[in-house]
Write a protein that binds this ligand. Structure first.
Ligand code: SF4
Length: 386
């Protein structure tokens, strides 16, 4: 083990600040021997998150999967006439809300493509038929319906404007937008975000800045394995850290491993390498020791439990009811199985709200009262989700 690396790891444990150069050295060293890195991330994880691992019991509302943009890896986006086209009507939303309640879901995850109405007549007609001018306006309505029935909304609809987020903040306990990566290189010709203006780093950062100004508990994250360099990943993590230092509202980071989809331009690109993925998870814990760090268990179906030993403390949203429309080939594991795997690894599984306990104070007081009615120490009371 390189003595400088050891010194950096010890420094992190003593709460000293760490530079991106230090992290790069730790990464390079871990390629040969990740043992010390994993040990350090485990110590930090235990120090700040104890022996708990959380998840959110959700229903995935695929509100509108038409999208103005095109990312080379995306199978979520549809075109008019596709079998997978989803433009949920008010009635479909209400029906799914009812079903989600029957299944004991807590979170209503509302997802759309990027401003569908900007590109598609079909989307404009759908909005008009339902009585709305914009997707964002419709999302406000859907959030109200969900909230009235006792579900807690979390919206991920791409680059929402400041005003739209301000409106949604009244009903959403948190919101999400993936940074994906801070690198402009990934938007160049031939790269995955070339045809996706909303994924320009400055555009994503602007949305995250607005969420910070509005004090919205925000989920963001990075997509790994799409052609990025390690430097770009490290820069992305430091960019998120900087935002959080400025506004204090980044409630969690999702680290998502790329999985190729047959109907996309990147169908023949290999999935993110698992060793690389684990090392990135561990260095994320080093860069932000107190952050909530999540990997989606369905994207590592054979090995997700192994990630508990490299620094994660959350499994994200798991649905007993609806598919993962972003990764439809990967079904959610059963909550009982996740519970069992977590227990076998020495962790207690807890169900959280779409907002983490430490961010409750940022949420509209009326929503806080609604959560308090079913909460046990700011987590979902066991009888409401088991
Ligand atoms: S990843 Fe999001 S922005 Fe990119 S094409 Fe898919 S839906 Fe659109």
């Amino acid at each position: 083990m390189n003595s400088l690396v050891l010194e950096s790891l010890n420094g992190i444990l003593e709460d000293k600040s760490v530079s991106s150069q230090d992290i790069m050295e730790i990464y390079s060293n871990a390629l040969c021997d990740p043992g010390e890195l994993f040990l350090t991330s485990q110590i930090l994880r235990k120090r700040f998150k104890g022996n708990f691992v959380t998840f959110s019991k959700k229903a995935f509302f695929n509100i509108a999967n038409l999208c103005r943009d095109t990312c080379s890896y995306c199978t979520y986006k549809s075109e008019p006439g596709d079998d997978k086209l989803s433009l949920m009507s008010k009635q479909q939303v209400s029906e799914l809300v009812t079903l989600a309640k029957q299944y004991g879901c807590i979170e209503a995850l509302f997802v759309t493509g990027e401003v569908p109405e900007q590109k598609y007549n079909k989307a404009r007609d759908w909005l008009r038929q339902n009585g709305f001018e914009s997707t964002a306006e419709y999302l406000v309505y859907c959030s109200e319906i969900a909230l009235e029935s006792g579900l807690f909304p979390h919206t991920n609809a791409g680059n929402l404007s400041y005003d739209d987020m301000k409106e949604l903040q009244k009903t959403n306990v948190s919101m999400g937008v993936m940074l994906e990566n801070i690198s402009d290189r990934l938007t160049e010709k031939g790269m995955p975000h070339h045809m996706a203006p909303s994924k320009r780093p400055h555009a994503r950062l602007a949305v995250l800045e607005n969420a910070g100004r509005l004090k919205i508990p925000m989920t963001t994250g990075i997509l790994l394995g799409i052609g990025e360099t390690v430097h770009e990943v490290i820069d992305s993590l430091f960019a998120i850290k900087k935002l959080h230092q400025k506004y204090g509202n980044i409630q969690e980071i999702i680290l998502q491993n790329f999985q190729p989809k047959p109907d996309t331009a990147m169908h023949d690109v290999s999935p993110a390498d698992e060793r690389y993925f684990k090392i990135i998870v561990a260095i994320s814990r080093l860069i932000m020791p107190q952050m909530n760090i999540q990997i989606p268990p369905n994207l590592s179906p054979e090995s997700y439990q192994d990630f508990l030993s490299v620094g994660i403390n959350d499994w994200g949203g798991i649905s007993p009811l609806t598919p993962d429309f972003v990764n439809p080939e990967f079904s959610w594991p059963a909550i009982d199985a996740v519970n069992e795997h977590s227990k076998n690894a020495g962790f207690v599984l807890q169900c959280r709200f779409p907002v983490y306990p430490e961010y409750f104070g940022m949420v509209n007081p009326e929503l806080q009262d609604k959560m308090a009615a079913i909460a046990d120490d700011k987590l979902v009371g066991e009888k409401y989700w088991r």
